[in-house]
Write a protein that binds this ligand. Structure first.
Ligand SMILES: Cc1cc2nc3c(=O)[nH]c(=O)nc-3n(C[C@H](O)[C@H](O)[C@H](O)COP(=O)(O)OP(=O)(O)OC[C@H]3O[C@@H](n4cnc5c(N)ncnc54)[C@H](O)[C@@H]3O)c2cc1C
Length: 256
């Protein structure tokens, strides 16, 4: 089994949840640690750490929503060891890298000894903890198209405490608002309120063409509560998660 930072896999092995006869650490594959400007796209290496990505000027300029999410993931220790690839392959519904990358419509590059393929991130993740990676494939990195039209990037996570908290619900939002305050384009994605990230085309369509104000957001929040499919677990009830998924939309009122 391969691993990168080990912040997920080694914890599971210690708890006896995963067994592996042999471990192969990818840590020294320097090519896959890089963050590169590729003209209309940006490549984030699968082995880049959360700390490295959130502090990178290119990410801060092009994808603040991702920087915001990764700067709140876990603790400084986890952010310096944990990698983007590890977060995506873990495919937890609460994985903090996922909602911003769904909103950004990211693609992933998958590598084997003799081939390379690109797939949409949403097609990589097939269920909670499940990915469509084949045997002997690794995640090389993430490709994100620059989208300068979105002038509002927002990420918020609600957990049981302010720091070192797994999300009870989270929201990544990319919004293009025109000078008249009308939403021209919206891409919202929620974490921890479904088996995988919930990205609702219906909520996006509802927002587009409407003013960014509390009345619009209240209606979008109601719609969002219908779109999500949370479960009860040790951190929160499904009903609470549904309520919070809508409340997170109301927070966008701060930009009106
Ligand atoms: C105390 C603590 C707090 C945490 N807090 C958060 C949090 O707030 N938010 C959050 O989202 N996560 C959190 N995590 C989970 C974890 O730290 C992250 O998911 C992290 O990004 C995992 O990255 P890693 O490199 O350490 O993964 P690893 O543990 O190295 O690997 C995880 C899985 O991915 C596979 N893998 C890793 N890299 C690749 C690759 N390039 N190609 C193919 N397969 C690969 C491994 O085989 C394994 O199955 C926390 C963990 C701990 C221990």
């Amino acid at each position: 089994m391969v691993y990168a930072g080990g912040t997920d896999l080694l914890v599971k092995m210690q708890k006896g949840l995963v067994q592996a006869d042999h471990l192969l650490c990818l840590e020294r594959l320097n090519e896959l640690k890089q963050i590169q400007d590729k003209k209309d796209e940006v490549f984030l290496g699968g082995l880049a750490t959360h700390a490295q990505i959130s502090a990178h000027p290119l990410v801060q300029k092009e994808f603040p929503v991702l920087g915001q999410a990764l700067s709140k993931l876990g603790s400084p220790l986890i952010r310096h060891m944990g990698t983007l690839g590890g977060n995506l392959i873990t495919a937890s519904p609460a994985g903090d890298a996922l909602p911003p990358l769904y909103a950004l419509q990211a693609q992933v590059e998958i590598l084997s000894a003799d081939s390379s393929r690109r797939v949409n991130l949403k097609d990589l993740i097939t269920g909670p903890g499940q990915v469509s990676l084949q045997d002997r494939e690794i995640l090389a990195g993430v490709w994100i198209a620059k989208a300068p039209e979105f002038n509002l990037h927002h990420f918020e996570k609600v957990g049981q405490r302010q720091a070192l908290a797994i999300a009870i619900a989270s929201l990544a939002a990319l919004i293009q608002v025109n000078p008249g305050g009308v939403i021209e384009k919206a891409r919202l994605a929620w974490g921890s309120v479904g088996p995988t990230v919930v990205a609702s085309a219906q909520v996006n369509r509802f927002l587009e063409g409407r003013p960014l104000d509390i009345s619009t957001l209240k209606q979008a929040a109601d719609l969002a509560r219908q779109e999500v499919s949370p479960i009860d677990d040790i951190r929160a009830s499904a009903a609470y998660r549904r309520e919070v998924a809508g409340n997170l939309v109301l927070r966008l009122a701060q930009y009106s």
